[in-house]
Design a protein around this ligand. Sequence first.
Ligand SMILES: *Cc1c(COP(=O)(O)O)cnc(C)c1O
Length: 296
Amino acid sequence: MISYTKAPIQELKSQLFEQMAVRVLVKREDLNHPFISGNKWWKLKYNLEEAKALNCDTLLTFGGAYSNHIYATAAAAKEGGFKCIGIIRGEKVQPLNSTLAFAESCGMKLHYVSREAYRQKIESSFIQNLQDQFGNFFLIPEGGTNELAVKGVAEFALLLIEETEFDYLCLPVGTGGTMAGIVVQLAGKKKIIGYSALKGGSFLNNEIKKFGGDAFSNWRIEEAYHFGGYAKTDKVLGDFMKDAEGKHHLLLDQVYTGKMLFGVFDQINKGLFNKGSTILVLHTGGLRGRIKLEDN
Ligand SMILES: *Cc1c(COP(=O)(O)O)cnc(C)c1O
């Protein structure tokens, strides 16, 4: 229903990797679609199919003003021929930032709710209220994480193990939906390491268990690379990202992929990956998050 381009795998070269005897590959899933990029494509795939199967012509979802999920859902709705409503946390700020301006240009109707109201977004009374206001819709939760998202990412993981050999799979984690899909599909094979983009990311362990990860123990969440919290950044991270861009021609975002790759390199440096192993890094996209910094 939404177009897809098979993304390449890029090998990174550095003296450090030679010294530590590891190979580092990056699955450039950021290149899979110009607007619905990275993991968001896979998280949306079966949600869109389900909405269509239910004959529901309107998608409704939630997010902050800089949400990659809002951006991707707006683009997917447009391409899939759906109407779309975005419930945005906080007050409307004019002019719209690039994420919301793009969402609106795709036809997403933006509806702003206070931070207090937003916190009730999963309560049935809140959702009933939205139904009274907007009529029937297919609800996709904040960040897009639900069973259908996990199913989509699991399909991605299946293609990935058919495509290439690896020992470790490293990826950034926000809500845990993407990591859950990978953990479930790999079913105990390989080692999966998630890098929390948020401070206090230990709750993510439960999220991943909830979506089927409790059956396996070959995964863990690293909590030391949040750089002060979600979307927080500093010079060390900025310099690292510039360096990655210069040396490896690899564009990263400072919310997710920059922090994750920093963590991977740091742990290679510390000798935490077995010698002789191949580390596959998942570029989950999100380059909108980078543009955001330049906006402000
Ligand atoms: C949304 C997002 C994530 C987080 O995915 P979850 O499934 O919520 O853990 C990671 N990377 C990028 C670039 C994203 O946009």
